[in-house]
Design a protein around this ligand. Sequence first.
Ligand code: COA
Length: 150
Amino acid sequence: MQSVRVRHYTSADYPRVCELDAPLFAGMGGPILFRHIEELFPSLFFVAENESDEIIGYILGGVHLDNERIGKLIRIGVVPNYQRKECGTMLSDALFRELRNHGVKQVHLTVAETNMPAITFYLKLGFVQKERIASYFYPDVPRLALWKDL
Ligand SMILES: CC(C)(COP(=O)(O)OP(=O)(O)OC[C@H]1O[C@@H](n2cnc3c(N)ncnc32)[C@H](O)[C@@H]1OP(=O)(O)O)[C@@H](O)C(=O)NCCC(=O)NCCS
């Protein structure tokens, strides 16, 4: 989308990203996660801004220390009134480009099997389902594992 641009996250974005994340990922530890990712993988954390410089989406990734060819899409969120406008695709493209620069050849993620919008989004990006993990989150929360070659 023409008026949306993607840039690297900075620490100053922390409150806004936490605010956007709260309704999208209720109870999924956003404020703790974002501080860790900002310290561990700053180059793999991006935000999308609208024409008024307001953050309207974010994506964060990581790389496996024991296999640097494998990266992870850890979380992506776009505010509801900017969804279906290619913002998620732009954020993903930025993350994949950066992962490639780090030598990553394959991206992994997990998604709730009930989250059909996200699953459809990931399949359109080229992810394929590898497995269903029955108790991925405590105590018995299943997730689908999806992979994509870069
Ligand atoms: C998943 C999410 C990041 C997608 O972001 P987005 O900016 O809306 O995605 P895009 O506009 O780039 O969509 C690209 C394609 O994905 C698919 N898609 C995206 N949202 C969809 C939806 N709600 N229903 C069906 N397909 C969808 C479509 O094929 C779409 O292409 P099209 O609009 O030309 O048909 C966004 O819906 C979101 O933030 N959801 C809430 C948080 C979440 O569930 N994150 C993932 C957790 S694992």
